[in-house]
Design a protein around this ligand. Structure first.
Ligand SMILES: N[C@@H](CCC(=O)N[C@@H](CS)C(=O)NCC(=O)O)C(=O)O
Length: 238
C-alpha cells in the first residue's frame, strides 16, 4: 500500500508535483495531510515533529510503500520528489511516466533536474499561492527582479523547444508525464502572479490547467481556504 503525505495544497508546491502525478496516472494511494501550522514549518514546529516521525528530512511530500520492506523490515520511505518519481515509474512500468523514446526520456530528465535545482528567483519571489490574485505584486516583481525575468524567459524557451521537438502538446509528447507534473507548480506561479509570457507559453499553461488531475488539485487547494502569515508575504489575513 502506498501512503502519500502532503503539505497544504495551496502552499506546498513540492507536494503538488507528486499529487498531480499520482492522480494523473490513476495510481491508488492513501493521502494524509501534514498541515502547516501557525507555528511555521521549521525546527520545533508541529509540522516538523510530524514529518520527522515519518522521514529523516522532515519535508513533504513523502511516499511510503508498505509493499516494499527495507533490510530493517520497515516500509520503504521516499522523501524527495525526484526519487519519488523514479520509484513510481519503476513500480508501475506499464504507465508511461517517462517517455518511451530514449531521446525524449533524456530531455524529460534534463528538464526535471533543471527544475529541481533551478529557478530559485521565481521560487523565492513568487511563492505558490493557488487561487490568489497577485497580479499587482507580479507586476512589481517583474519590474524589480531581473533574476525572475531571467527564470521566466528560460522557462518560456525551454517549454517551447521541448514542445517543438516532441511535437507537443505536452512537453515530451502527446501525453502528460512526469516532466509536466514537475512544472505544474511553476504554471501556478506564472498564472496567479500574471507574469508576462509568450503566447506559446499561455497555450501550454492552458493545456496543463485542463488536465483533470491539475483541476482536482486546484479545487482542493482553493477549498482549503487557509491563510498562514508565513506563507503570505503579500496579503493580509481576510
Ligand atoms: N527536495 C525536496 C524538497 C521538499 C520541500 O522543501 N518541501 C517543503 C514544503 S513545500 C518542506 O517540507 N519544507 C519544510 C522544511 O524545509 O523544513 C523534494 O524534492 O521533495
Amino acid at each position: 500500500m502506498l501512503d502519500f503525505f502532503v503539505g497544504n495544497r495551496n502552499y506546498s508546491s513540492w507536494s503538488m508535483r507528486i499529487g498531480v502525478l499520482l492522480r494523473a496516472f490513476d495510481i491508488s494511494y492513501k493521502e494524509t495531510l501534514l498541515p502547516f501550522g501557525t507555528d511555521g514549518i521549521g525546527e520545533g514546529s508541529r509540522f516538523k515533529e510530524q514529518s520527522l516521525a515519518i522521514s529523516p528530512t522532515g519535508t513533504v511530500p513523502i511516499l511510503r510503500d508498505s509493499g516494499c520492506l527495507t533490510a530493517s523490515d520497515e516500509a520503504l520511505v521516499l522523501y524527495d520528489t525526484l526519487s519519488i518519481v523514479e520509484y513510481v515509474a519503476k513500480r508501475f512500468p506499464d504507465q508511461s511516466i517517462w517517455p518511451r523514446d530514449q531521446a525524449l526520456r533524456a530531455m524529460a530528465r534534463n528538464l526535471c533536474a533543471e527544475m529541481h535545482s533551478g529557478f530559485g528567483a521565481l521560487r523565492s519571489h513568487c511563492p505558490m499561492n493557488i487561487g490568489a490574485d497577485l497580479h499587482r505584486e507580479g507586476a512589481i516583481i517583474w519590474r524589480d527582479q531581473p533574476n525572475v525575468r531571467h527564470d521566466v524567459v528560460r522557462l518560456d524557451t525551454a517549454w517551447e523547444n521541448a514542445r517543438t521537438l516532441s511535437r507537443g502538446p505536452f512537453l515530451c509528447g502527446k501525453d502528460f508525464g512526469a516532466v509536466d507534473a514537475y512544472f505544474v507548480p511553476v504554471v501556478m506561479r506564472l498564472k496567479y502572479y500574471s507574469l508576462p509570457v509568450s503566447d506559446a507559453c499561455h497555450v501550454y499553461m492552458d493545456q496543463i490547467c485542463n488536465v483533470p488531475a491539475v483541476q482536482e488539485w486546484i479545487a482542493s487547494a482553493i477549498k482549503e481556504a487557509e491563510f498562514l502569515d508565513f506563507e503570505e508575504p503579500f496579503r493580509l489575513a481576510p
